[in-house]
Design a protein around this ligand. Structure first.
Ligand code: PBG
Length: 329
């Protein structure tokens, strides 16, 4: 076996899995203001960016040849109905218009995350109703209302598509949301906007740093009544079946590294384009090791991304997108 490992040229010739910057997507967190570039404490190298700063960041992503950006918003106002998520002048809607007005960014696919948790005062991904007379601080006394949430998600997707999103990506995990979003997009003359569904999204401890970055931690309870139990691979396949049947054009698997077996199973079963999200906690734990000098960044970053591609992902959403593109040169 070692004959083909002898030189870099031989190893490169027989390499089975390749990483390309064009298949990496970089998340951006847009916030109000001007000249704002605020580092997220638990995610070194990741920033909350005002729109002017986000445009500069996007330009460096385009220059590195990245495939696209995934946009999240930190709104100025939150309320129980997530009004800022579907406002025509919402933070991501404004950001999309600014990014779309720059010719130099034409090579980047702009993906807008569709969820309510950054926009609701309680931090849940759907409408909350109280059960009976007990207060919201009783953890058993509330319900996340599935069907009442769907029109809000659909309005959010339409307003993001109208503001210029190339792709909308629902991450809320309500049942039936892909169908509701497809119908609303079509009715609003957005037939050409594809849906990238976070079809397989597990209730994960690895989202912790994101919730600091996006200010979206639930104020009570957790997300286990809508996101999947991490023990369930077959259920993930049923989620994907349903989303494809409802009209999802592409699917996103999340988290990535702790769920490589689920990515592999989905790859073998479905022919739609499949992405994986190397989430905030996966980034932060590697960063923590880099800061201590325990792991060597360039090699660990490429190895982690290669493992996700080898498991079957066509593209990867990752906070390491720019670093990886630099190393890949
Ligand atoms: C919104 C959303 C989350 C992430 C992506 N979209 C947070 C969550 O579900 O709590 C997590 C991404 C990451 O951890 O990097 N629902």
């Amino acid at each position: 076996m070692r004959r083909l490992r002898r030189t870099p040229a031989l190893r490169s010739l027989v390499r089975e899995t390749h990483l390309h910057p064009c298949a990496l997507v970089y998340p951006l967190f847009l916030c109000p203001g001007e000249g704002v570039r605020k580092e997220v404490a638990s995610m070194p190298g990741v920033f909350n960016l005002s729109i002017d700063e986000a445009v500069k960041e996007a330009e460096s992503c385009a220059a590195l040849g990245l495939g696209g950006l995934l946009l999240f918003g930190l709104p100025a106002e939150k309320d129980d109905l997530a009004t800022s998520a579907y406002a025509a002048n919402g933070i991501v809607q404004q950001g999309l218009r600014a990014l779309k007005s720059s010719r130099s960014l034409d090579g980047l696919v702009l993906i807008a995350d569709v969820c309510l948790c950054e926009y609701t005062s309680h931090g849940h991904c759907g409408i909350v109703s109280k059960d009976g007379a007990r207060g919201l601080d009783d953890k058993d006394s509330y319900t996340i209302e599935n069907d009442a949430t769907l029109p809000l998600l659909a309005s959010t997707a339409v307003s993001l598509a109208q503001a210029g999103a190339d792709i909308v990506a629902p991450s809320d995990m309500m049942d039936g949301r892909v169908e509701a979003i497809r119908a609303a997009l079509d009715a609003a003359s957005c037939q050409n906007t594809p849906i990238l569904s976070y079809a397989s999204k597990f209730a994960s401890a690895f989202y912790g740093p994101f919730r600091e970055a996006a200010g979206s931690a639930p104020q009570f309870g957790d997300r286990r009544s809508y996101q999947m139990d991490g023990a369930n691979l077959r259920e993930a396949m049923r989620e994907i079946d349903q989303d494809i049947a409802e009209g999802a054009d592409m699917i996103l698997m999340k988290p990535a590294m702790p769920y490589l077996d689920v990515i592999r199973a989905a790859r073998e079963r479905y022919d739609v384009p499949l992405g994986a999200y190397q989430v905030s906690g996966e980034y932060s734990m590697l960063q923590a090791a880099f800061q201590r000098g325990w792991l060597s960044p360039d090699r660990a970053i490429l190895e982690s991304l290669t493992s996700i591609r080898r498991a079957g992902a066509d593209f990867i959403v990752t906070y390491f997108a720019k670093d990886a593109a630099r190393v890949l040169g």
